[in-house]
Design a protein around this ligand. Structure first.
Ligand code: ARG
Length: 266
């Protein structure tokens, strides 16, 4: 009798423990899923991210959605400035940034990056008929760049870091406006952004060209605070999205051509 009673009690305790455990695991998962990830972007960089009828849209934004859906992660997207974006990731007030951000060694010291998702190079934008035909011709000219970008670095390499002729703008769009107004004689920015501007503003009489001798190819990635656990989840999802054709669809929607996926994987 005593034995039976003990076994019954044991079984009861065991069942209770199992049910209890199951319950608590469930609770943590739903809590984790509810915690929205804050993603920041600087939406003045068409076609990657820009404002359209009060909404942030673009190639990066579609890719972000595909990746987060694939990873099963909920997120909230916030438009902020370019410099504040880096501050937010460094200070961990945001979990992730997408903004046509070039992965480079200097940034890698402070931030973590996903695997690359886009290959880019720089272009020089000038007014039609300009005497500037190559990066070398930028010598002695007033050149506009977005402050804190790899475009600024590229120009500094050519003109020298302290050169007063390098005019720094908070936004790429504002730099291009200044070119139209004659404030600068050239703007150096990412090739897809230069091409998009020309396509959308055929009457602006602006042309753009590359200079492979001076501008190297670079790659964009999603950016995270150093040591972020999100990186691995996002990398896995991004890999899937690239392999399953979703990336190609998004790329074609925004650029009208097939992506060179191999260049991303090398
Ligand atoms: N790719 C360049 C960089 O990382 C420019 C990116 C600017 N992006 C933006 N949303 N304004 O420096």
């Amino acid at each position: 009798m005593i034995k039976k009673g003990m076994i019954a009690t044991l079984v009861f305790i065991l069942m209770f423990a199992l049910v209890g455990c199951g319950g608590s695991t469930e609770k943590t998962t739903s809590k984790e899923q509810k915690k929205k990830i804050t993603v920041v972007t600087n939406p003045s960089f068409a076609p990657f991210e820009y404002m359209d009828k009060g909404e942030i849209v673009g190639f990066d934004i579609d890719l972000l959605k595909a990746v987060m859906d694939e990873a099963g992660l909920e997120y909230e997207l916030k438009g902020i400035g370019w410099d504040p974006l880096f501050a937010a990731i460094q200070g961990k007030t945001a979990d992730m940034a997408v903004s046509g951000i070039t992965i480079n060694d200097d940034r890698k010291k402070t931030y973590d990056f996903s695997i690359p998702y886009f290959e880019s190079t720089h272009m020089i934008l000038v007014k039609e008929g300009s005497s500037i035909k190559s990066a070398k011709d930028l010598q002695g000219k007033v050149v506009g760049v977005q402050n804190g970008t790899t475009g600024q670095e590229a120009v500094e390499k050519i003109l020298g870091k302290e050169n007063k002729n390098i005019k720094k703008f908070e936004d790429t769009v504002v730099a291009i406006m200044d070119l139209l107004n004659g404030g600068v004689e050239a703007v150096v920015t990412d090739n897809a952004v230069a091409n998009e501007y020309i396509k959308n503003n055929p009457d602006a009489k602006i042309v753009a060209f590359e200079d492979p001798d001076h501008f190297e190819s670079e790659f964009y990635g999603f950016m995270f605070p150093k040591g972020s656990e999100l990186k691995q989840k996002v990398d896995e999802a991004l890999k899937k999205v690239i392999e399953n054709g979703t990336y190609t669809e998004i790329y074609k929607k925004w650029f009208g051509t097939e992506p060179n996926i191999e260049s991303l994987q090398q």
